[in-house]
Ligand binder design. Structure first.
Ligand code: SAH
Length: 254
């Protein structure tokens, strides 16, 4: 992904840690109750930030990256609940488009439509999403060595990760019952994953004409088992995956 200044948004601190450790000439700026760390990551100028959980936090952070820090492209990594058939814990989902599943201004506007935009699905940037997908395949494709040890894999019941690409839906709810995830699957049968920030990032990027791409590691199946040991999964699986993915994407090829 080439950009004059790339904003990299993480949802959770442990995910950002590996990026901070690789950042050259870090400089931290506090703005709107968040720490933005500017520097160079594998030769690219970047701004790293932790956005916090939920759509408002994500929208505020995205706006600051674009307006205050001059980012001209954004990349988001985090975890999500799997909804689509065959989207398993430990898989990767790359967003083609994003939708707010909890936005409903009926009867004034169709369900999910962002008022006065005529849109409910906001597309990720095609070229950057393609680059992210290609990077994912170089790290997680068939025949790639596993990034985590067998004991960790076994403790989370993981198989070799698969890379999916399609619709991700976002809302201000942690989806943790089978009833709630079935309801989402019924209304949005093509949704691959559910999380709490991506569609807000997509809407703000759309407003500013800023290209973005988004990848999520599946941490749960958005059902009654979704309360799994989140911290441990993020530390031992998701943060390892997102660091490897960003490295494959940004590190100049030799
Ligand atoms: N930080 C908390 C839990 C994270 S809340 C803890 O450590 O226990 C959930 C975060 O992961 C949000 O940022 C959301 O985007 C994503 N997420 C993962 N699974 C989700 C699900 N089933 N429903 C909604 N969001 C989910």
């Amino acid at each position: 992904m080439s950009a004059a200044c790339l904003g990299i948004v993480s949802a959770i601190a442990q995910e950002q840690q590996g990026l901070l450790e690789n950042l050259r000439q870090p400089r931290c700026v506090r703005h709107g109750s968040r720490d933005y760390t500017l520097g160079t990551l594998w030769g690219s100028d970047v701004v790293l930030v932790l956005c916090g959980i939920g759509k408002v936090a994500a929208a505020a952070t995205t706006t600051s990256l674009i307006v205050e820090f001059g980012c001209d492209a954004l990349l988001f990594t985090g975890v999500a609940g799997g909804l689509g058939d065959g989207v398993a814990v430990g898989d990767l989902v790359i967003a083609d488009s994003l939708l707010q599943h909890d936005l409903d201004a009926r009867p004034l506007y169709p369900q999910y439509e962002v008022p006065d935009t005529g849109k409910s699905r906001f597309a990720a940037d095609a070229a950057r999403t393609h680059a992210l997908h290609s990077a994912a395949l170089t790290v997680f494709g068939a025949g790639c060595p596993p990034l985590i040890d067998a004991a960790t894999q076994q403790s989370f019941g993981l198989h070799a990760p698969r890379v999916h690409r399609g619709l991700i839906v976002s809302g201000d709810q942690f989806i943790s019952t089978r009833t709630a995830s079935d309801a989402l699957r019924l209304c949005l049968p093509d949704a691959l994953a559910v999380e709490m920030e991506g569609a807000a990032v997509a809407q703000v990027c759309h407003d500013y004409g800023t290209p973005f791409a988004l990848a999520r590691t599946i941490s749960d199946r958005a059902d009654d088992t979704a309360h799994i040991d989140f911290g441990r999964f993020i530390h031992s699986v998701a943060s390892v995956y997102s660091l490897a993915l960003l490295q494959a994407l940004l590190m100049p090829k030799s």
